[in-house]
Design a protein around this ligand. Structure first.
Ligand SMILES: *[C@@H]1O[C@H](CO)[C@@H](O)[C@H](O)[C@H]1NC(C)=O
Ligand SMILES: *[C@@H]1O[C@H](CO)[C@@H](O)[C@H](O)[C@H]1NC(C)=O
Ligand SMILES: *[C@@H]1O[C@H](CO)[C@@H](O)[C@H](O)[C@H]1NC(C)=O
Ligand SMILES: *[C@@H]1O[C@H](CO)[C@@H](O)[C@H](O)[C@H]1NC(C)=O
Ligand SMILES: *[C@@H]1O[C@H](CO)[C@@H](O)[C@H](O)[C@H]1NC(C)=O
Ligand SMILES: *[C@@H]1O[C@H](CO)[C@@H](O)[C@H](O)[C@H]1NC(C)=O
Ligand SMILES: *[C@@H]1O[C@H](CO)[C@@H](O)[C@H](O)[C@H]1NC(C)=O
Ligand SMILES: *[C@@H]1O[C@H](CO)[C@@H](O)[C@H](O)[C@H]1NC(C)=O
Length: 807
């Protein structure tokens, strides 16, 4: 009886998660949580079988495998399927009984610490039927580029009649293999490959390419262009994840994204069945913008990093929701700088508004290349009504080589070598640092003073300042908060404040959801600007975490932290309300903007404030908190230019999908801030924040982004480049031109030294945030002393002139 109920319940919840309304229902749908002893449900509500009873595996394989449990759970990692693993010391095959036809095969890897195993020594191959998916693969090495806690590999394999889908893991010699989860999902037979699919022209050649049912694919990218992430459970039934495209836009020209028009109707034609892509992909798009003269001068471009030496299938999805007629918007499509399509007119091809279509192209990415470009440009010769272009979605797949292989070598670089700073010799490093510091400080004060003296000076100073800060803090309680630590808002308040979550009020987006600028009336007296963070209901934060977070954040009160002033938890909404920071982010005042550049002393004060905020989090006044995402966009500035650290707490550990991009992608913004030691130990510590703060310091000094791929190779990463310049004593040459001649040389030397020690390769060698505060205050003092001296000298000069005159 009990079993029956369980089965019924399981059936019920699994069909619910399959979302009955999905246009496609897979005939084969297997979720295997490897190493788990019982059935489990993942956070997205899907049911996974355990494989502890050797489900789907052959008897001959059994003796060479065992189960294990990861010792450490990264914040972005969900329990299912990542925390358990099956480990293989010999060849091991899973045999999945599936119908014939194409299948998605998804492999989940969490390369972290497992008891008695050294994950860095795991190398293995994976084959599926006749295809080599991975060869001498190291999940540990692959997880460094880009940095990701776990890896999802997605393949498309066609299974013939009366075949099984056999997935075989083979450890490299003296090594072991592992896997955390396996997912098998069938798909409609002609979705990507298949005999009715026909031939495709190879871009820029006269050749055609056949994608028959012997072609195996590996998904490289799948994007909801101009829209938000689409989770696997929101797909049209095949559990594909569609990511936002913003990270892949090349250059500064982002075009404009359309709003999701809930009322737009998508009319799937026969050529584009409803399972092709979910409606939301076709409802959102990116266009070039309203100004023809601007559009004519740029290409709307996306840049993808891919494996070299393979053919790629590029599928572009289009749907015109705004326009009605032929020859309104006509554009050219370039792939890898070659014309793939001339005079693309979506309406002409689809026969109308709201009708989706897609176009496929095959390109070769040669052995010497690793970039794949997609670019759009208005076509003018047909004199269309608008000089503009549009794209709604994009998928890129790697095609198997003739030998059936999709495998590539592991990323070349050892993690320690990915950052130029780490190329410096390990040896003598510490001694060198000490002598340098001494020399600098000696030079600064004009005499040899021991380090200890300097530091005790700093600490006395610091205590003094801390007292000052505390009194300031007490004085600066928001009027709004008087008497209450944290206010409960009604949903009606929030809807009024945000004009029904009006997209035009969005001031930030992230995995957690959107941030809106809003106004809240305090009595009828005056309105207070607030930042309203609406947590995505799909984020992995549940109610309990939400309450835990409110409790924690409402206790964090510090002049250098953005304060939580309230929350709303009504109608399944989880909303946090923060103080609104009038002057925006620190980055807004450094580069790529029209703001007046900040003075050097002002920058120093902002750095000191940011450092104090982090020190407060680390010191555990309430809880010991590691920020995890220190960057110039997370340091906000209030109306008095006081720095406020933002975006800490649980809610930023948003949905897993954000940090997990299934394959090698372009270097991401935050990548430039990432602690290299994190790569090795796969664990974030306070010292990871210190590293990121070091990058912030150089960003403040040089007024350039942490990662700028438009620069020469050795200059792309600011951290490595700045360290190299310090080593070569050319740091003056890379500072913000606006600051040239305005920084006292001794102040610059100390500042650069602080940033450098923050970036020390070894975490324990980096200073604590409290030390960074002290050293920055010292740097500010040096600047002030130098300026005072200069003023005095000028004053003296004027005075002596006056005296001369009098005489
Ligand atoms: C686990 O689920 C599968 C079906 O998904 C079912 O066959 C099996 O009996 C379940 N096992 C347990 C222990 O509930
Ligand atoms: C999968 O394994 C079964 C059983 O060992 C075998 O009969 C079959 O040929 C294999 N299928 C493929 C495609 O290799
Ligand atoms: C796949 O492997 C089977 C058995 O190993 C072999 O008979 C068959 O020809 C292979 N198919 C292809 C397309 O290589
Ligand atoms: C596997 O890869 C590692 C590092 O990428 C390399 O050192 C090793 O020699 C390779 N082994 C084989 C069998 O190719
Ligand atoms: C693959 O294509 C061949 C020839 O076009 C066809 O005979 C075969 O049935 C197809 N196999 C599957 C699994 O669709
Ligand atoms: C969408 O449709 C609903 C119901 O028909 C209507 O109330 C609403 O105003 C429409 N919204 C827009 C943006 O057209
Ligand atoms: C757009 O890209 C194409 C192909 O790479 C190139 O020929 C053209 O000059 C580009 N146009 C602009 C305005 O950048
Ligand atoms: C393609 O164009 C981009 C910019 O439009 C350029 O940076 C790149 O070098 C070009 N690639 C080739 C192979 O010409």
């Amino acid at each position: 009886m009990l079993t029956l109920i369980t089965v019924v319940l399981l059936f019920f919840s699994s069909s619910a998660s399959l979302s009955n309304s999905a246009p496609y229902t897979p005939t084969d749908y297997i979720l295997l949580n490897c190493g788990a002893s019982s059935n489990t449900t993942s956070d997205d509500g899907r049911n996974w079988d355990g494989d502890a009873d050797y489900k789907y595996s052959s008897s001959s394989s059994k003796s060479s495998s065992f189960t294990s449990k990861a010792s450490y759970q990264e914040p972005s990692v969900t329990e299912v399927p990542y925390m358990t693993a099956r480990i293989f010391h010999g060849k091991f095959t899973y045999k999945f009984p599936v119908s014939s036809g194409p299948k998605f095969l998804r492999l989940y890897f969490y390369p972290n610490e497992y008891p008695d195993l050294d994950i860095t020594t795991s190398f293995f191959s994976v084959t599926a039927n006749n295809y080599t998916l991975l060869d001498n693969f190291s999940a540990y090495l692959v997880a460094f580029s880009p940095p990701q806690a776990f890896i999802i590999k997605e393949f498309v394999i066609t299974v013939s009649n009366n075949q099984m889908l056999n997935v075989t893991f083979t450890p490299s010699p003296n090594s072991f293999a592992f896997v955390n989860g396996i997912e098998v999902v069938s798909m409609p037979s002609n979705l990507y490959t298949g005999q009715t699919y026909g031939f495709l022209r190879l871009v820029d050649t006269k050749y055609f390419f056949e994608l028959d049912n012997t072609t195996a694919l590996e998904t490289a990218y799948r994007l909801n262009v101009g829209g938000k992430d689409v989770l696997n459970i929101e797909d049209s039934g095949m559990f594909r994840t569609w990511y936002q495209d913003g990270d892949y836009i090349f250059g500064a020209a982002f075009g404009v994204t359309s709003h999701n028009q809930p009322n737009a109707t998508i009319k799937y034609p026969q050529a584009t069945p409803a399972y092709t892509a979910p409606e939301v992909v076709y409802k959102t798009s990116r266009t070039m913008g309203p100004t023809a003269s601007i559009n004519l001068n740029y290409n709307l471009s996306w840049l993808f990093t891919v494996d070299s030496g393979f053919y790629y299938l590029v599928r572009l999805h289009f749907c015109e929701n705004d326009l009605q007629y032929v020859n309104q918007r006509v554009f050219n499509i370039f792939i890898n700088n070659h014309t793939a399509e001339e005079a693309m007119d979506v309406i002409a091809l689809s026969n109308g508004n709201g009708i989706p279509i897609y176009k496929d192209y095959v390109v070769l990415v040669s052995q010497s290349d690793k970039d794949l470009w997609v670019a759009l440009h208005p076509q003018t010769s047909d004199k269309p009504e608008f000089y503009d272009a549009i794209l709604n979605g994009l998928e890129i797949f790697k095609l198997n080589k003739p030998d059936g292989s999709l495998a590539v070598p592991n990323p070349q670089a050892e993690p320690v070598r990915t950052s130029p700073m780490l190329q410096q010799k390990h040896s003598k490093k510490k001694r060198k640092f000490l002598t340098q510091t001494k020399v600098i400080i000696g030079a600064t004060l004009g005499s040899i003073v021991s380090l200890i003296l300097i530091f005790s000076f700093i600490f006395c100073q610091r205590k003094h300042l801390l007292l000052k800060t505390e009194s300031l803090n007490r004085g600066k309680v928001s009027p709004f908060l008087e008497g209450i630590r944290c206010k409960k808002f009604s949903l009606a308040d929030i809807l009024t404040a945000t004009n029904n979550f009006d997209d035009t009020l969005i001031v930030g987006r992230g995995g957690f959801g959107n941030v809106y600028k809003g106004h809240i009336f305090q009595g009828t007296q005056y309105e207070v600007a607030v930042a309203i963070k609406r947590l995505n209901s799909k984020s992995h934060q549940g109610e309990n975490e939400f309450w835990a977070e409110i409790e924690m954040l409402s206790q964090l009160r510090y002049v250098n932290l953005v304060s939580l002033i309230g929350y709303c938890n009504e109608n399944h909404e989880m909303i946090l309300v923060y103080d609104y920071m009038v002057n925006g982010t620190l980055r807004d005042h450094l580069y790529n903007n029209d703001n007046i550049p900040l003075q050097w002393k002002q920058r120093l004060r902002i750095c000191i404030g940011g450092a104090r905020g982090l020190d407060y989090l680390h010191s555990g006044a309430v809880h010991r908190i590691i920020h995890r995402d220190v960057k110039t966009t997370n340091i906000l500035l209030d109306e008095t230019w006081q720095a406020k650290v933002s975006d800490f707490g649980l809610s930023k550990m948003g949905p897993v999908v954000m940090t997990n991009v299934p394959i090698t992608t372009m270097v991401k913004g935050t990548f430039g801030y990432m602690d290299p030691e994190y790569f090795r130990r796969l664990q974030l510590t306070e010292k990871s924040d210190v590293y990121s703060f070091g990058v912030v310091l150089f960003e403040v000094l040089c007024a350039r982004p942490a990662v700028d791929i438009s620069l020469e190779d050795d200059q792309i990463g600011l951290a490595g480049w700045a360290l190299k310049c310090i080593e070569n004593e050319t740091i003056e040459q890379i500072i913000d031109p606006y600051l040239k001649g305005k920084i006292a040389p001794e102040c610059l030397r100390v500042f650069a030294e602080i940033a450098k020690t923050c970036l020390h390769e070894v975490g324990v060698e980096r200073p604590k945030m409290s030390d960074v505060v002290g050293m920055l205050e010292f740097a500010l003092e040096l600047q002030e002393t130098a300026e005072a001296k200069q003023t005095a000298e000028v004053g003296d000069a004027i005075q002596s002139q006056t005296i001369d005159k009098v005489v």
